[in-house]
Structures are given as C-alpha cells and as structure tokens.
Design a protein around this ligand. Structure first.
Ligand code: DAH
Length: 354
C-alpha cells in the first residue's frame, strides 16, 4: 500500500498547513490535523499492522522520521507565533509618557520649568559662587545640639522663643527636630573642617527650614534660607558688611543697597539685622516697608567665640562672620509677590509667570 512518496507528500501537506497558521488557536488546530489521532500520519501508522515484517519495518522508520519532522515544524511555528503575539501585545500596551495630545493645551507644547523658589536658590548660589563661596548642604532633621546647643543656645535659653520648633517623636523628648534655620549647617561644616584639617571656610548653605508658624502673607511654616559662613584669619566686620553689600547689588540690582542694624543672635557677637532698599518704592517709603524705605532680609554677625569653642576651633587664631536670610523672601521682594502663600498653592497661572 503506502509508499515513501506518499509520506513525502504527507509531510509537504503538513508543512503547508503549519506555515499557514497565524494565531495560537490556528496552530493548535493544525497540530491536531497533522499529528493527532485522526491525522493521515496516524492512519498510516495504523495501517502498518497489515504489512509483512520487512515492509513494516521500512515504512515504520519512514513514518517515525515524518512524525519527527512534523512535530519539529509545529513546535517552531508555535514559538514564532507566541513571540509575534507577545510583540503585538507589548506594542499595543505601550504607554508613551512623552505623548503630547495637540489641542489639550492652549498653545504649542509647553515645557515645565523650575519652581520660582528653586530658580531663586540657583541665582543666589550663582552670586555667591561668583564671589568665591562654595555651596554646601545639611540635613533637614537635626538634633537639639546642631540646631541650638552648638549655636550657643542652651536648653531653656530665652532665645529659643525666637524659633517655634517642630519636634520629632524620636529619642528623648525634644531631642530631634526639623531644623528651624540653616545655621546648624555651619556647625556641620566647622566640625568637618576641624576633623579634616581644612580651614578656612567660605561657604553658603541653602536649604529648607521649618517653624510652627501660621502661614500669612510674609511667613510660611516650611520655607527656605541660605546661610553664609566665612572662617579665616583676620576676618572683620567690614568684610561682612562688604560681602552683604556686594551680594545685594549683584542680586537685586545696583540701585538697591544694604544696611546693618544692631540686633541679637546667640551665635554671633556683635549681631546685626540686614535690610535692603525696599524694592517696591525704591526707598521712598510705602506700605510694604512701613514707610521706612527698608526691608529686613536676614541676620548676620561675627561668629561668637562660644560657637568656635563648641566645634573646637581656636578663637584666638580664627575669626569669622555668618549670615542667614530667607530665599522665599528674596523671591517675594524681587518679583513683588504680595502673598507668599502663592508659592505653595501650585496655581499654574501664578507659577508660569516666572
Ligand atoms: N539663623 C537666624 C534665623 O533664622 C538668622 C541668622 C542670624 C543667621 C545671624 C546667621 C547669623 O548666620 O549670623 O533667625
């Protein structure tokens, strides 16, 4: 009955059906058609029994080869199909995060930009870097020692009232806190400089600060300061005043000046508040500056010897000055922002202006 030729034809037919399969379902059906119990191959197998032993052996071998070939073809096609289907699924499930849908925004594609406070921080850093300062950072969470103790503000010191503090539920009561100013970064820098033996220090330290204040037009409970610290030999109050004046003109413009007024801070002696010409009235006097022509920006002074003692710097050998002021306040003054709370409200119409 069957001859080798029939088997070749059978394999060819199977091959044609297999390569015509397009989907997982197709190949499943084709696999049954060409290799299942009712397939021509299986029928040929059943017919073997009627043959004499010699022919049976010969035909059996050929059928075995045919089945091996067909099985391999089915498997290969099955793999190809599975791969193609996976590709198609991945393609259709893909999310294009950069996709811009025309018409959803008023004008052409808009690009985001840094928040005004970040832009202001960058601009202030640039001014100070231009004057030879380095930029450093410290942690938002501090211990009492860094935020107060090392800055000559011992526990129960009345000056603590200057900073309404958020304490963390960590360790002993009131031992860990959200820094109320960037001054503790001074301590980190001085301690590191002592350990590494790399005094002098000329650094500015921008960062986020926290106080238990009710937000209003001029205060935010989370705000930003930039701290300055110079520790070197022969540093005088004149260096401090000159630095503040150069910074003021460079950041606000040459028509804006600075002045220092006596003040008290535990970590500087003498201490001063520094004020700059009111940017609204340019010194004429207006409501914003309470008719004084000046606006307070921050505090400054000569580093108190008690602070040098706390970090192990010899106050007979080194002197220094420090300053600290509000970054948000600078942005407010330079851009005449009536209410500082606008900085946190995320109203895109406000933010887009800068
Ligand atoms: N840390 C002070 C505050 O937040 C500001 C300040 C005053 C910083 C005098 C200084 C300084 O470095 O010398 O109120």
């Amino acid at each position: 009955m069957s001859s080798a030729l029939d088997i070749d034809g059978l394999v060819k037919d199977a091959e044609a059906s297999i390569s015509a399969a397009r989907t997982t379902e197709d190949i499943r059906q084709v696999a049954t058609e060409v290799g299942g119990k009712r397939s021509p191959l299986a029928e040929a197998h059943r017919a073997l029994g009627a043959l004499d032993p010699g022919a049976r052996k010969e035909l059996g071998r050929l059928l075995y080869e045919a089945r091996t070939t067909i099985d391999a073809l089915v498997e290969r096609r099955r793999t190809e199909i599975r791969f193609a289907e996976m590709q198609a699924t991945m393609e259709s499930d893909r999310i294009d995060l950069s996709e811009f849908i025309p018409g959803t925004v008023k004008s052409s594609p808009t690009r985001g930009h840094l928040h005004l406070v970040s832009q202001t921080r960058d601009a202030l850093e640039d001014v100070f870097v231009g004057m030879g300062f380095e930029v450093a950072e410290g942690p938002d969470i501090e211990t009492d020692w860094f935020n107060f103790g090392a800055l000559n503000i011992p526990p129960a010191h009345p000056a603590r009232g200057m900073w309404d503090t958020f304490y963390l539920n960590l360790g002993a009561p009131e031992s860990t806190l959200l820094r109320t100013h960037t001054s503790p970064v001074q301590i980190h820098l001085m301690e590191a400089a002592v350990v590494n033996g790399d005094l002098p220090i000329h650094a500015v330290m921008p960062g986020r600060c926290y106080r238990r204040d009710t937000p209003d037009a001029r205060h935010l409970p989370v705000f930003h300061q930039i701290e300055g610290l110079v520790v070197d030999k022969g540093i005088t109050f004149a260096d401090l005043a000159g630095t503040i004046e150069v910074f003021t003109a460079a950041y606000f413009g040459s028509d804006i000046h600075s002045r220092l007024r006596p003040a008290y801070f535990p970590f500087t002696e003498p201490s001063a508040e520094f004020e700059v010409t009111c940017t609204i009235c340019h010194g004429e006097g207006c409501r914003t500056c309470s008719q004084t022509g000046w606006i307070e920006l921050g505090g400054c002074g000569m580093v108190d010897p008690a602070v040098f003692d706390a970090v192990g710097i010899d106050p007979d050998q080194w002197t220094g000055f420090a300053f600290g002021f509000g970054i948000d306040r600078c942005a407010q003054m330079r851009h005449q922002i009536a209410d500082m709370r606008a900085l946190n409200e995320n109203d895109i119409r406000f933010l887009r202006q800068f």
